[in-house]
Write a protein that binds this ligand. Sequence first.
Ligand code: PHE
Length: 514
Amino acid sequence: MSNNKTGFGTRTGFALAAAGSAIGLGNLWGFPYKVSANGGSAYLFVYIACILLLGAVAMTAEFSLGRFGRANTVSTFKKLSPKLGWAGLLAVLIPFLIMCYYYVLGGFSLKFALNSFAGNKGNFHSFAGNYGDVILHSFLFAFIAFIIVAAGVRKGIERTAKILMPTVIFFLILIAMVSLTLGEGVSEGIAYYLRPDFSQLNASSVLSAMGQAFFSLSLGCGVMIAYGSYSGEKVSITGATAAVCIIDVVITFLMGFAVFPAVFHYSAVTGISLSELGLGSFGLMFVTMSMVFEDIPYIGNIISLLFFSMAAIAAVTSVISLLEVVTQFIIQRYRVFRSRAALFISLICFLLSIPVAFSLGSSLNGTETVSLFGHNLFEYLDITTNTLLMPLCALMSCVAASKLIKRGGALSRGYFPVMVKFITPALIIVIEIFGIIDLIAPGGSFSAGGCGIVVTALVLVALCIAVYFGFFEKQRTGCNEDELKIDAEEAVRRKTGLPRGWSRPESEGEHEKR
Ligand code: PHE
C-alpha cells in the first residue's frame, strides 16, 4: 500500500495505530471520573458533539498535513509556509512534555496489573509514595515503548497496534459484561450513567469535554501529523478519521459500563457512600476500582488483572505515538538511526519523569516536596499541555490545513473548508480563552499559580519561535525519504559489520530542498 517502506503497510494497520494512540488513559482513567463530576451522560453528549464538530475536523486536518508533508512536523509546517515552522516545533515539544508524566501513569497501570493477584486495595497512596517502585515501573513502561518505536513504524508500531488494539477491546467487553451482571446496584449504576442531568452542565464542563475530546483523540500534539506522513496514498483520510473517532467513542462509552455498575454494586453491598468512594475524583480508576475488584467473589483478581492490563496496554499504544513524533524529528533533522534517536529521547523523558513521580507521590501523601506554582509536577505538565499548548497547536494545524485546501484532497470536500477555516478554529479559540480565564481567575478570584502556568506556556511558545527562527528556518530539517536512506545505510552497515554510529547519507532527499 505504501510507497514508503518505512511507513504503514496496510490501511487497517494505519487506522489501528491511530486508534491505539487515541485510546489510552484519557478514555479509561480520565473519562469515567469526569463523567461523574459533570452530570453523567449529559457530559457524554457534549463529548460526542465535540468529537464531531472539533475532533473529526482537526484529525482530518492533521492527517492531511502529514500526507502532504511526508516528513516530521517541523518540515511539514515549514513546507506550507516557512513562517509556520515554529508550530511544528511546538508539536515536537508537546509530546515530549506529555511523555514525562505519561510514563508515571503508565508505570502505575503496569504495577497495578502485575500486582492484581496480591491485591491492590488500599495500595494506591503507599505505592505512589514508594518512589523506587514507581520509578522501576515507569522505567519498564518506557522501555517497552522504546523497543516498539525502535523497531520502526511498520514492524514496531503497526504490528503492535494490530495485536494490542483488539486485545484492549476484548478485555473491555469482558469487564463490562462482568460489571453488568454483578446484581444488586447495577441498574442504579446504569441509570446514573445514562440518565443525563443537564442541570450539572456548565461552561466549565463543556470546556472539560472539549479538552477531553482533544486529548482523547491525540490531537494538537503532532501525533496524527506524524502518523499521516507514514500513511500510503490509498488510505482514505476521511475513512480513517471516521474509524478512529467511532472506535474512540465506542470504547469511551463502554468504559462507563465497565465502571459505574460495578461501583454502584460495591456501594450497595458494602454501604459505603458514593461520595466516599470518590466517584468523581482522580483516584476512581486506581483507588475505587481496586476496592471494587477485591470484593468480586472468585474472579475479582482476574478481572483486576484484565482491567489494569487493558489500561497498561492502552497506555503503551498511546505513548509510542508520542515517542514517534519526537523520534521522527530527531532522525530526520539530525540524521540519527531510529534506535539511537528513540533511546536518547526515552532516556531523557524517563529521567525527567523521576521528579514528576516524586512530586505526584508526595502530593498524594500530603508531604508535598516538589511543586511548581502550587501544583505538583504531574498536574503542572498536564495542565500546561492539555489546557494551553494542545489547543494552540491544534489551532495552528487548522491554519496550516486551510492553506492546503486549494490543493484539493479530503479537506476541499463538503463542509470541511468552512469547518477547518472558521468553525473549528473559532471553537478552539473559545476553549483556549476560557481555559486561560479559568486558570488566572478560577471562580472569579485571582490565582497566582494559574498565572504561573499561563506564563510557562507563553515562555515555551516563545522558545519554540526563537529556536525555530534561530536554528531551523534556514536549515534542512529532513523528511521521511531521508529516513529511508538512513535505514538503508544501517542495513549495509549491519551486513558489512561496520560499527554502528551516526549516519550521514551522501545525498540529500529530492523531496525537500530549501
Ligand atoms: N489519547 C491518549 C489518551 O487518551 C493520550 C494522548 C494524547 C496520546 C496525545 C498521544 C497524544 O490517553
